[in-house]
Ligand binder design. Structure first.
Ligand code: SF4
Ligand code: SF4
Length: 394
């Protein structure tokens, strides 16, 4: 495992961080046995940074149970996040924080983030509530060691936030197709210039850079001299940059963990060749040409009051371009339950309430995009074809 120095704390952080949002599940429940095996193996192999959040349904509780059972709290750094949208009064800060400590079976958090703080206006609101005094108190008692924020806003807002407080670290969405999106490369470098370690989320853009690349991009990687999976290419691009501290990966099976561990053993800043950099440029071009809606499948927009499976509809729509129209239609029919007249959750049922859009970190105009999806995925023959299919099926 390679480590990079966090200049603010002196901690040596493993370049591979464990993202705890997508622990393996057994139906809707987190599979504790599988999760425990993965976590223990990651720690044995040098991973020391684990990232969870208050809102990652059951993640803090599961992770805390595993840490406690195996008595491994002190071997790792815990990063978790304050759901600041739930904070209306000063007292809420303490209530939420103590719930998190309890869930995680710990009395301190190494890296505490304000979750999805995407503009200076919200930071000002928190300051009026007294958050700076609260942070100072928690740092004095040692309950919070490092304070930071996770970010999905615009580049300008990122710069404003960097200057608004003496942050210990920050977390941004970053990968080789998002170089000019949100904080982007320029934001990463600005943070590093200020001596702020940067944690990277969405290195695979919700899995699209691993399993959702268009065929042309897959071939470009396949024909390269180095034989690596698309996911490995995405991680190497990040670790090639000295400004990157930790890359989070939501590893939920052994194969992913093994591949990432092997890569993290020997990935160093400046390792990429000119030829490899040209391949990333060509893959990015192919990706941008085929991906229409930049949904990462994070599910923050769910549930929808009309039971529309928003990320699945977007995924089917994108697939209809990257893989082929028929594959996209197949996924669309499954996601919308279109063959069942009693469970039809077509995007055409959207009542335009706008609830979903408030939560989308990718700032997708979900209502308009769902319109676009319906136009393509429900062509004039769609309903008659479905009726025929249901009739034939009996
Ligand atoms: S705007 Fe449409 S898709 Fe979004 S939450 Fe409301 S009904 Fe659901
Ligand atoms: S539409 Fe936005 S909030 Fe919903 S899953 Fe996609 S990226 Fe996440």
């Amino acid at each position: 495992m390679q480590y990079r120095l966090d200049p603010k704390s002196g901690n040596k952080l493993s370049i591979l961080g464990f993202g705890c949002m997508r622990f393996p599940r057994n139906l809707s429940q987190i599979d504790l046995n599988k999760t425990e095996k993965l976590i223990l193996k990651a720690i044995e192999n040098g991973v020391n940074y684990f990232d969870t959040a208050y809102i990652y349904g059951g993640s803090e509780e599961a992770f805390g149970t595993i840490l406690h059972k195996n008595n491994i709290r002190d071997k790792i750094f815990i990063a978790t996040k304050l759901p600041y949208v739930k904070c209306q009064r000063y007292e809420d800060l303490d209530t939420l924080f103590h719930t998190q400590l309890e869930r995680l079976h710990t009395d301190y958090i190494d890296y505490y983030l304000i979750h999805n703080l995407s503009d200076a206006k919200n930071w000002e609101r928190l300051c009026e509530m007294g958050i700076k005094e609260w942070i100072a108190e928690k740092k004095d008692t040692g309950e919070i060691r490092q304070i930071g924020f996770s970010f999905h806003g615009t580049y300008d807002e990122f710069l404003s936030l960097l200057d608004a407080y003496d942050w210990d670290f920050c977390q941004i969405q970053y990968n080789y197709v998002n170089t000019h999106y949100q904080a982007g490369t320029a934001g990463l470098r600005k943070a590093a210039e200020k001596g702020i370690p940067v944690i990277i989320m969405e290195p695979l853009l919700g899995g699209k850079l691993a399993n959702g690349l268009p065929q042309k991009a897959v071939s470009l990687f396949k024909n390269a001299d180095v034989r690596l999976t698309p996911a490995a290419w995405a991680f190497r691009w990040l670790w090639n940059q000295k400004e990157v501290s930790v890359v989070l990966s939501g590893m939920n099976d052994d194969a992913q963990l093994n591949e990432n561990l092997e890569l993290a053993d020997n990935s160093l800043p400046g390792m990429l060749t000119n030829d490899e950099n040209k391949i990333y440029d060509a893959v990015t071009e192919a990706f941008r040409a085929s991906y229409k809606i930049p949904c990462t499948g994070c599910n923050y927009c769910m549930p929808c009051p009309q039971n529309i499976n928003i990320p699945a509809c977007f995924s089917a729509y994108n697939m209809s371009y990257t893989v082929g129209f028929l594959s996209g239609i197949q996924q669309y029919i499954t996601s919308t339950g279109s063959t069942n007249p009693n469970a039809n959750h077509s995007p055409s049922n959207c009542i335009k309430c706008g609830k979903c859009e408030k939560h989308c970190p990718q700032h997708i105009q979900i209502r308009d995009s769902l319109n676009t999806v319906t136009k393509r995925m429900e062509p004039f023959w769609f309903k008659s074809a479905l009726k025929l299919f249901v009739k034939l099926r009996g």
